[in-house]
Design a binder for this molecule. Structure first.
Ligand code: SF4
Length: 343
């Protein structure tokens, strides 16, 4: 307690603290942990674009083992619902009739179920019904997503939490035989970003084709192989406690002096020119690959990880060199090495 407070101030502070404790615990009890939802019969349209067939199969066969949302995520879900209602009200305020609210849909042929946030019926619109999907996201993702010029930029974004967004609306457009819809992205304190989306056959073929494979596994109760380890996707996967993925390590020949090179490289981080030179030798890029470009390896205290993604239809490889913090694992580093990443 602050020693500068007098007796009266301390007493009032204690009282306020006890009110805060009451608010805190009552608010949390309004956001109870939910049991995993039954998922056996269908794939969720919102997850149709997930890059891992094994995840999608676990979601069908082992849904009871899905890790429940933590307390922050439960608050986030509620915030999302509040923003969705605000957007509906805003649309109505400017004269659009909003039809449907979280209307459930099911597509038995592909074993998909989902919900669509709503539809507009704008006066004079030739296709009559214009479905929309609202995605509320954190500021970091929103800033990345809002830079997209169009829906194709979203689909090709290397971040799964962005590139997955159009699939749900696209599936709905197919199911309802509608030519177009609107994606509305929103974060706190900024104007929403609206993207028009025309039905996308290529995306549907990709998503539905993969779901067919998953449906086959769900029917036979078999499991596809894991996706290639991806720190972000696997690290945040609700089934990673079941899957226990391990970063794939290629066997590569490491010269005896590789570790001392890496130590030297690490120490050069504050010297821009020398660091860039060492980076080009060790990592480089696709046209001038360095020693570790595209590799996964552990060398002494260093973890070299490479991830691949598709950007603008082109395969991009990112190789990162990180130094383990003593007593830590290489995949939860305390020290950031932004410059160690190179496309
Ligand atoms: S941890 Fe990774 S490989 Fe395993 S199910 Fe999840 S996404 Fe797939």
């Amino acid at each position: 307690m602050n020693k500068g407070l007098d007796q009266d101030e301390r007493e009032i502070l204690l009282e306020v603290n006890s009110v805060i404790l009451e608010i805190d615990s009552k608010m949390d009890s309004e956001h109870p942990q939910q049991d995993p939802s039954f998922h056996e019969a269908n794939n969720w349209a919102s997850e149709a674009h997930h890059p891992c067939d094994l995840f999608l199969t676990y979601a069908r066969l082992d849904w009871q083992q899905r890790r429940p949302l933590n307390i922050d995520a439960r608050y986030r879900v509620e915030d999302g619902k509040r923003y969705e209602s605000m957007i509906r009200r805003d649309l109505e305020k400017i004269g659009f009739e909003v039809l449907g609210n979280q209307t459930r849909f099911e597509w038995p042929e592909f074993e998909i179920s989902g919900r669509i946030d709503g539809s507009l019926a704008p006066r004079g619109y030739s296709a009559k019904l214009l479905p929309f999907e609202v995605k509320v996201m954190g500021d970091f993702l929103f800033q990345k997503a809002r830079r997209a010029r169009d829906i194709y930029d979203l689909i090709n974004n290397p971040i799964y939490w962005i590139n997955k967004i159009p699939s749900q609306l696209n599936i709905y457009l197919f199911l309802m035989a509608l030519p177009a819809g609107i994606l509305i992205l929103k974060t706190q304190g900024v104007k929403p970003r609206l993207f028009p989306m025309v039905i996308n056959y290529e995306l549907a073929e990709r998503d539905l084709g993969r779901l067919k494979t998953v449906n086959e596994h769900a029917r036979k109760k078999t499991y596809p192989p894991r996706m290639k380890y991806n720190k972000k996707v696997c690290g945040n996967c609700d089934f990673n406690h079941v899957c226990l993925p391990t970063p794939s390590m290629d066997f590569i020949y490491i010269g005896q002096d590789a570790e001392s090179y890496l130590e030297r490289y690490w120490k050069l981080r504050s010297q821009k020119k020398e660091f860039e030179k060492a980076h080009a030798e060790l990592v480089g890029n696709a046209s001038a690959p360095g020693y570790f470009f595209g590799k996964n390896a552990l060398v002494g205290d260093f973890a070299i990880t490479s991830t691949e993604s598709i950007k603008d239809g082109q395969k991009t490889t990112r190789t990162k060199i990180e130094k383990m913090v003593e007593g830590d694992t290489p995949w939860s580093l305390g020290e950031k090495n932004g410059k160690g990443t190179h496309d």
